[in-house]
Write a protein that binds this ligand. Structure first.
Ligand SMILES: Cc1ncc(Cn2nnc(CCOP(=O)(O)OP(=O)(O)O)c2C)c(N)n1
Length: 564
């Protein structure tokens, strides 16, 4: 039978591996939502607002590989814009779909609601083009197959978000049947001569190096190179460090793992080895002000192989059209073993326990160290630790992950409020037998807290540690002022109103080590809904790394304008 434009889109989302998509309805998109509902392999998930829906799709993409969010024109889209741009920053394929004006309105010179009251309706598309890898407007049903395929295929190939605007009166318009999904050409392919040359030259450098070392970068997961990286690590036998936003992309219980390399705030014993290496292969890094601690941790070019998703730069050459997995796998087959950096690490680093044993799990006032000791003890091989922007970043980054555990951080975009909706979306896409623990500061929580209600609506089982340190501590330590202090909420008390008549969320409060231990035990036994434990600690009870990080980032921000 004939297909509709909406059915075509639904089929492609299904083929892209989605089982859910996130949305907020609006008069422009209701017929499209009806068309999407007809596809029984996709579940429509409502969010409290479009920003949360976009963050949920981004979190879903972390668990599932690809996510999607559907909004109404302008008023919905512009809230979602922050989340879509964040997906771009984080290199996650989120398909943003928006229903636009009826195709008759431009020629009729009509003014429309939910617009800025002008006659040209292209400005939303123009704005989203800047934060997507492909942007299309479906203004005639004949173009729907090609445009939808172009947007989704490009998003999957580039691992970036795409924009699809569909005129509201085309959602149920007749459309061609979709061609086989493979025609979207979503695989990333290397140019063979370029790959051969790159492997030859980079392999030669690694073979000649006396002290090679591997550094995992943030792009490893988005560009499917985690396994290839491990293959190369085990072929080389060298020390392996990870950048802070690549935590979890190499097993922390692996014998070659030497910790998080983050300049002066690296894991204990790690920085000296990275400095001592005479060749570092960084796989998929982003060297930014945050990951280089305000430009204080830059690796010199003459000892760096910088392997990016689509190209690799050697100290004295660059090769385009070489994919990350192909390069790393090619090198793994070619390089000789050289454990020099790992041997040196072992000589220098007695077993370092980052987190001291507890004084006593008793009535002493809860501290950050005790909180994170108990969080670390709660992690197992089935658990993902998801951390929100704030001191949760730093405390999470130094938390030891057991083998099999995963870590989620939004370090490039760093938009507070991401964590609650992202956890909602991540849990939606996560295998049912895995666990999710989110650690979120009180300041960030206040931006998007209401999405906890949808965790309750969907009986999601996850644990939120709400760190109530009375304000924006990460900001206070960078540059304090009255603006970093906020109205306190009864965070645990919020769960009951969100439960309303039928919810099964659980809100608990912990002000001492013992209360926290009891709350965690109670959370472990709670089923059928989320648990939020409000953990009250002192405002200045922050990580020492935050103090170092904060001052250096503040210093980088304060550089005077170039004179002359
Ligand atoms: C959307 C957005 N708006 C403002 C900021 C700046 N910012 N970054 N971190 C913060 C405060 C985070 O406070 P909390 O979540 O309480 O976390 P802690 O730093 O651990 O207290 C702000 C206000 C931001 N990163 N993202």
């Amino acid at each position: 039978g004939d297909f509709t434009v909406g059915a075509y889109l639904a089929r492609r989302l299904e083929q892209a591996g989605l089982k859910h998509y996130f949305m907020v309805p609006g008069d422009y998109n209701l017929v499209l939502l009806d068309e999407l509902l007809l596809n029984k392999n996709l579940e429509q998930i409502g969010c409290c607002n479009e920003l949360n829906a976009a963050y949920a799709a981004e979190g879903y993409a972390r668990a599932n590989g690809c996510g999607a969010v559907v909004t109404t024109f302008n008023v919905g889209a512009f809230s979602a814009l922050n989340g879509v741009a964040g997906a771009y920053a984080e290199s996650l394929p989120v398909i943003f779909v928006c229903s636009g004006p009826n195709t008759n309105d431009p020629d009729a010179n009509h003014l429309l609601h939910h617009t800025i009251g002008t006659h040209d309706f292209a400005y939303q598309y123009e704005m989203f083009r800047n934060v997507t890898c492909a942007a299309v407007r479906v203004l005639h049903p004949d173009n729907a197959p090609y445009l939808i395929d172009h947007a989704i295929g490009t998003a999957l190939r580039e691992s970036k978000p795409a924009y699809i605007e569909i005129a509201c009166n085309l959602s149920d318009a007749p459309c061609l049947l979709p061609a086989p999904f493979e025609t979207l050409a979503f695989q990333r392919l290397s140019n063979v001569p370029a790959l051969t040359a790159a492997v030859e030259q980079a392999g030669g450098l690694l073979a000649k190096a006396d002290r090679p070392l591997l550094l995992a970068g943030v792009h490893l997961r988005s560009f499917g190179a985690i396994d290839a990286f491990r293959e190369l690590a085990e072929a080389l036998g060298c020390a392996v460090a990870v950048m802070p936003n690549a935590k979890g992309f190499f097993p922390e219980d692996h014998p070659q793992y030497i910790g998080v390399y983050w300049g002066g705030i690296s894991s204990p014993g790690c920085e000296p080895i990275v400095d001592w290496a005479d060749l570092v292969l960084a796989a998929g890094p982003m060297f930014t002000d945050y990951t280089t601690v305000g430009w204080t941790a830059m690796l010199a070019r003459e000892r760096l192989i910088d392997a990016q998703p689509g190209h690799v730069r050697l100290p004295d050459a660059q090769f385009a059209n070489v994919t990350l997995p192909d390069l790393l796998t090619g090198l793994a087959a070619r390089v000789p073993g050289n454990p020099a950096t790992l041997d040196q690490y072992r000589r220098q680093s007695e077993k370092i326990t980052v987190r001291p044993e507890p004084a006593a799990v008793d009535g002493t006032a809860l501290t950050r160290l005790e909180l994170w000791r108990q969080i670390e003890a709660e992690l197992d091989g089935r658990t993902t630790l998801l951390v929100e922007t704030g001191d949760s970043w730093l405390n999470g980054i130094y938390t030891q992950l057991p083998g099999g555990a995963r870590f989620e951080i939004e370090m490039q975009w760093g938009s507070i409020g991401w964590a609650v909706p992202a956890a909602f979306g991540y849990r939606m896409g996560l295998e049912p037998d895995r666990r999710l623990i989110a650690v979120i500061g009180d300041g960030s929580f206040q931006l998007t807290a209401q999405e906890v209600a949808n965790m309750i609506r969907h009986d999601q089982e996850l644990l939120i540690f709400l760190v109530n340190n009375r304000g924006y501590v990460v900001e206070s330590e960078i540059h304090d002022g009255p603006y970093n202090y906020i109205k306190n909420w009864d965070y645990a008390g919020l769960i009951a109103p969100w439960n309303a008549e039928d919810g099964n969320g659980l809100g608990l409060t912990a002000t001492t080590a013992r209360e926290l231990a009891d709350a965690v035990a109670q959370a472990r036994g709670h089923t059928g809904g989320p648990v939020l434990i409000e953990c009250r600690i002192q405002h200045d009870d922050c990580s020492r790394e935050l103090l170092k990080f904060g001052t250096r980032v503040a210093h980088a921000n304060a550089r005077p304008p170039q004179q002359g």
